[in-house]
Design a protein around this ligand. Sequence first.
Ligand SMILES: *[C@@H]1O[C@H](CO)[C@@H](O)[C@H](O)[C@H]1NC(C)=O
Ligand SMILES: *[C@@H]1O[C@H](CO)[C@@H](O)[C@H](O)[C@H]1NC(C)=O
Ligand SMILES: *[C@@H]1O[C@H](CO)[C@@H](O)[C@H](O)[C@H]1NC(C)=O
Ligand SMILES: *[C@@H]1O[C@H](CO)[C@@H](O)[C@H](O)[C@H]1NC(C)=O
Ligand SMILES: *[C@@H]1O[C@H](CO)[C@@H](O)[C@H](O)[C@H]1NC(C)=O
Ligand SMILES: *[C@@H]1O[C@H](CO)[C@@H](O)[C@H](O)[C@H]1NC(C)=O
Length: 349
Amino acid sequence: MYLQMKILYFLLCFLLLNVGVRILQTRRNFSNNNNNEGKDNTSLSNMINPISTLLHQMNDTQLFWKSSFTPRIKGNQIHRTPKIAFLFLTQGPLPLHPLWEKFFKGHQSLYSIYIHSPPGYVPDFPFSSPFYQRQIPSQVTKWGEISLCDAERRLLANALLDISSERFVLLSESCIPLRNFTTVYNYLIESRHSFLYPYDEQGPFGRGRYNPGMLPEVNISEWRKGSQWFEVNREVAIEIVKDTKYYPKFEKFCKPRCYNDEHYFPTMLYIEKPNLLANRSITYVDWSRSSSHPATFGGNDISDEFLKKIVDEHVCEYNGKTTHICFLFARKFTPDSLDQLLHLLPEHW
Ligand SMILES: *[C@@H]1O[C@H](CO)[C@@H](O)[C@H](O)[C@H]1NC(C)=O
Ligand SMILES: *[C@@H]1O[C@H](CO)[C@@H](O)[C@H](O)[C@H]1NC(C)=O
Ligand SMILES: *[C@@H]1O[C@H](CO)[C@@H](O)[C@H](O)[C@H]1NC(C)=O
Ligand SMILES: *[C@@H]1O[C@H](CO)[C@@H](O)[C@H](O)[C@H]1NC(C)=O
Ligand SMILES: *[C@@H]1O[C@H](CO)[C@@H](O)[C@H](O)[C@H]1NC(C)=O
Ligand SMILES: *[C@@H]1O[C@H](CO)[C@@H](O)[C@H](O)[C@H]1NC(C)=O
């Protein structure tokens, strides 16, 4: 009995020690991350160091206000490695996370992840996952309503608080990466444009959704439609987060059958920042099966031929030159496609 107690005691100590060391390690790693600009001693460094926890008490007004500040000093006084912010707008779980984990592996300093899931949803990512504790304070969203755009702005704003964030890509739980991390990183960092395509559509699903109440901010000739799944640079991200001019108009005059997630950012950016836009998307989606819903791909759809087709067989323009690297991400993939994707996709990266 005494011996058993001793063994138990011993085991307990061992466990506690382990946990302790792990906590210490994390804290050290956190402070390492935060102090990677440690050489500079100006008060700016307080602004530069990203917040070490994603949990904060700011409401949207305060958050958007704070995140729309931008260092105006030109030049390279402050060395920082630009990062890509991967913004996951989800309904809860991220069933394709093993694929993303494979994609992110080995590139820790070049990206950060932010997840907006319904309030109260508790993910169970292990400590070793890049998705561990990347949840931002969230609110309920409803498809087609302004609350969805609020969630997207919240994701952008949280990512903007880290001034190393240079590019911002919005993704859902059904998205997959089509290229390896290095290719995605260089492609986005070096791009002169943001990937968003505001287009003018005649008929009930385009101009038919315009409401004259939006005048004078938005004239029908400026009314645009576009995919929700954007990729933007820092300047465009700030434009979206700080907007107080268009927001009230869309909140009031764009209600189903008008969908804010298809019109608000495309219209606003078409008016405010047209020359920063690539007028195309980097997220592949297949509209060929139906015009009202994009195709969903499951395990049976995934083959080498299929992947080759969506990865390579396109032509587009990038920084003024013709290229066949047009799509970096794709949607919509079901959870049951995971095994096939893990098996086949990395070969195509
Ligand atoms: C902390 O970083 C070190 C190397 O920098 C790594 O070996 C270790 O696994 C990290 N620990 C945690 C808990 O992330
Ligand atoms: C801050 O660092 C710069 C060099 O990077 C140095 O010239 C300056 O004296 C330092 N200021 C203080 C207050 O330490
Ligand atoms: C956030 O808090 C500020 C100050 O308390 C308040 O003025 C503002 O209306 C709040 N915003 C929202 C969206 O609740
Ligand atoms: C990533 O993809 C590019 C282009 O296909 C290739 O040249 C490069 O070797 C790949 N990098 C890694 C680390 O696999
Ligand atoms: C909308 O813009 C067009 C051309 O830019 C102009 O002719 C028209 O008068 C404007 N409409 C309103 C209601 O302001
Ligand atoms: C995209 O379209 C806008 C006009 O809406 C134009 O100003 C911009 O130059 C276009 N972008 C590219 C890359 O051609």
